[in-house]
Ligand binder design. Structure first.
Ligand code: TXA
Ligand code: MG
Length: 364
C-alpha cells in the first residue's frame, strides 16, 4: 500500500517539524511506550476533529489526553483548567496524586472529572477525561516543549490492531497523516491500563493494559478501592470486537470440539488451506501434533512463535500486535491462538486483547 506520510527519525529538526504541525492544528503520529499515538492539540476542536476523521473513529469514543512532566499533581491539572476544581481536597485528589507520583510517566490512564478549558469533543461529551503521562522520550520531549496537552488515540484505523512501530503506522494510516515520528518499537506493546477514579477515592478498572493490576495494588487497596469487573460498558475500548485482524482469529480456549473448527473452516468462502498459529504457550509449540491429523495433513501451517517461557508476559505483550499483523498479512484462512499460560502480569491484558480480536466460531 502506498502512503504519503513522512517518517522522521528523532532530531532537533524533526521535533520542530512535529511541533510546527501541531501548532498549526495538524496531527502527528508519535511513539509512546505502549503503542503509537495519533496526536493533536487537545485544546483545539478543529485539531481533534482531524484525529476522528483520519481514524474513521465514531465521535462518541473519547480520546486520552497526554500531559508533560510538569503535570504530576491534580493541582497542576486543575490550575490549567483541564480537571474540575471541585476535586481539590477530596479523596479523589488524594488517590490520583498518589498514583501520578508512583506510576507516571507510565502506562496508566486516569479518568478524572473534566475541567472547563478542554473542549467537549475530546471527551465525546462525557464529563470526565482520561489523562496519561507517557513514558517515551519522543512524546515527553514534545509535550515539554509546548503549553497545551495532546489528545492521542492509538494510531490505527478504528477497530484495527494498534501499531507498535512507525512502519505499522505508515501501513495503517500513512495515507491520511503528514508525519510519523519514528521512535522505534514500543517496549510495552499493549495499550495503557485505564482506571476511573471516583469521588470517594476508589477506582474502577475500565481497561486492563500495560500496567499490571498487581502493581496498582501496591498503591491502592485492591479489595477496597479497585473493582475489576465493571458492570456496565464504561469505555468503548471495552467493546467486544476491537483490536482485530482481518483474518478470522480463533482462540484455542474457545474450541471445545474440533468439529466446530472443521465446520468453520469448511464454510469459509475461499479456503486456501492455510492455517496460522500464534503460539503463546507450550501446547502448540510442541508441535501441531495436538491438532487433529485431518487438519495438519490438509492445511499448510504458518507458526508465529512467541512462547519463550515469559512468566510475566512482558515480551509476548511487546511482540503481540506485530505477530498478529504479520500473520494477518500471510493470506491465511484462519489464525489459531494458543492459550495464555497465566493471568498474572501482562497476561491479563494479552488475554483481554485476544478475546476482543477473536471470532466466536460457535456463532458462525
Ligand atoms: O496506551 C494508550 O492508552 C494509547 C497511547 C497512544 O497512549 N492510547 C489509546 O487510546 O489506547 P485509544 O483511543 O485507542 O483508547 C482509549 C480508550 C478508549 O477505549 C476510550 O473509550 C477510553 O480510552 N476513554 C477515553 N476517555 C474516557 C473517559 N473519559 N471515560 C471512559 N473511557 C474513556
Ligand atoms: Mg485504540
Amino acid at each position: 500500500m502506498s502512503f504519503s506520510a513522512q517518517i522522521l527519525k528523532p532530531s532537533a529538526q524533526s521535533y520542530k517539524i512535529a511541533r510546527d504541525a501541531l501548532e498549526n492544528g495538524g496531527i502527528v503520529a508519535i511513539p509512546t511506550e505502549t503503542v503509537y499515538g495519533l496526536a493533536a492539540n487537545a485544546t483545539s476542536e478543529s485539531a481533534i476533529e482531524k484525529i476522528y476523521k483520519a481514524k474513521n473513529r465514531p465521535m462518541n469514543n473519547p480520546l486520552i489526553v497526554h500531559v508533560g512532566s510538569k503535570f504530576k499533581t491534580v493541582r497542576a491539572l486543575v490550575d490549567k483548567g483541564w480537571v474540575a476544581p471541585e476535586v481539590l481536597h477530596t479523596p479523589l485528589e488524594k488517590t490520583a496524586n498518589a498514583l501520578m507520583l508512583s506510576c507516571w510517566p507510565g502506562p496508566l490512564t486516569m479518568v478524572l472529572p473534566k475541567g472547563p478549558k478542554l473542549p467537549a469533543m475530546v471527551s465525546a461529551g462525557l464529563n470526565t477525561i482520561g489523562f496519561r503521562m507517557p513514558n517515551h522520550t519522543c512524546f515527553l520531549t514534545l509535550l515539554d516543549s509546548i503549553d497545551y496537552p495532546l489528545a492521542a488515540p492509538s494510531a490505527n484505523r478504528s477497530n484495527s490492531i494498534s501499531p507498535t512501530t512507525a512502519d505499522h503506522v505508515a501501513k495503517e494510516i500513512g495515507d491520511a497523516i503528514p508525519f510519523i515520528l519514528d521512535g522505534g518499537s514500543c517496549n510495552v506493546g499493549v495499550e495503557s491500563t485505564i482506571i476511573k477514579i471516583l469521588e470517594n477515592g476508589k477506582a474502577v478498572v475500565l481497561r486492563v493494559g500495560g500496567l499490571p493490576l498487581s502493581q496498582l495494588k501496591q498503591y491502592i487497596d485492591i479489595n477496597d478501592k479497585l473493582i475489576s469487573e465493571p458492570k456496565v460498558l464504561l469505555a468503548p475500548g471495552m467493546q467486544k470486537t476491537h483490536y482485530a485482524p482481518k483474518t478470522p482469529l480463533v482462540l484455542l480456549t474457545a474450541i471445545f470440539d474440533y468439529e466446530d473448527l472443521y465446520r468453520f473452516l469448511n464454510q469459509l468462502e475461499k479456503p486456501t488451506k492455510r492455517l496460522g498459529i500464534l503460539a503463546l504457550n507450550s501446547l502448540l509449540q510442541e508441535g501441531c501434533v495436538q491438532l487433529p491429523a485431518a487438519i495438519t495433513q490438509s492445511y499448510s501451517i504458518t507458526t508465529h512463535d512467541l512462547a519463550k517461557g515469559d512468566h510475566e508476559g512482558v515480551s509476548v505483550a511487546r511482540d503481540l500486535y506485530g505477530a498478529m499483523r504479520s500473520l494477518d498479512e500471510s493470506d491465511l484462512d484462519v489464525i489459531l491462538v494458543d492459550t495464555c499460560p497465566s493471568k498474572e502480569g501482562l497476561w491479563a491484558a494479552i488475554n483481554d486483547r485476544l478475546l476482543r480480536a477473536s471470532t466466536n466460531i460457535a456463532d458462525q
